[in-house]
Write a protein that binds this ligand. Sequence first.
Ligand code: GLY
Length: 353
Amino acid sequence: MNKQEIILSENLEQSLQQAINQIPHDKLFILTDEYTHRLCLPLIQEFAFLKEAKNITIGATDTHKTLETLAFVWKRLGDEGATRHSLLINLGGGMVTDLGGFAASTFKRGIAYINIPTTLLAMVDASVGGKTGINFNGLKNEIGVFSPAHSVLLDTRFLQTLDYQNLASGYAEMLKHGLISNTAHWAELLQFDLQQTDLKLLQTFVAKSVRIKEQIVEQDPKEQGIRKALNLGHTVGHAFESLALTENRPHLHGYAVAWGLVCELYLSHIKTGFPKDKLQQTIRFIRENYGTFVFDCKHYDKLYDFMTHDKKNTAGIINFTLLGEVGDIRINQTADKKEIENMLDFYRETMGC
Ligand code: GLY
């Protein structure tokens, strides 16, 4: 897989021009959703080198991450005369960068694309690492390819317009990156005041966070081994997300990951010796900033079922990434049904539900 260039932008106009200049192209396209069309496109639309760019706008939120939307983007590219040498700029959150990346990677067998993520979650996770795709047949990210953007431009100015929930959601993935990296970074993340965000400090954390993900993806782009570290918190997190969806009380992805971290750090404590004090400190931060996901023991079978059917598992064995310490990653760990029930009991007792 090609390496993607991650640019921490201080001057979006300059960085984007440099990124575009590196990619010979005939036509330029900008993909936005209805929110980023309104809120973010005006920040780049006036750049002289984008005057001729054609805009494609799709519906916002995960419900539009569909085959129909993908076909719409392919059609617009075709109708506007895009060729194999055209260039697509994805301006938006993870839905836009995932779907736009997939559209670009498949149109005429692949055209180059640049990601400009506009949410914290997309900056530190979705837009980096080459995973692209759409939801299909009721399953999230069921169809897609590994195909990295040529460049990813990170400009934290976009974060000024984000609400608390979206900031917190992205921050959960940063916390995960802290846990799989080193104690100093994990500790500084827990000190951060999420309610009164210091954007300058957040920017330095974003840079560290992306570097952590980048280093892991470089070693294992197609998730055969160490990239599974990035799944910490996600086996249980996805089950919480799915349960919430079926009960019509959806939660932002990062919230489910934060609650998933509580469970999987507990499992790490029991099974791989993750220290109790660090477990408690991390839980305190999550409880204070994310509240709790409410469920009771009647939901255990359903949650267990969701975990069993996670696409990262094989042969019905639930695969976890656990930690022996901050930064001591143990991939391919398993737990039986009893251990998972104990974990859910612990969650409810500790998180007060
Ligand atoms: N979101 C986890 C990964 O990119 O592997």
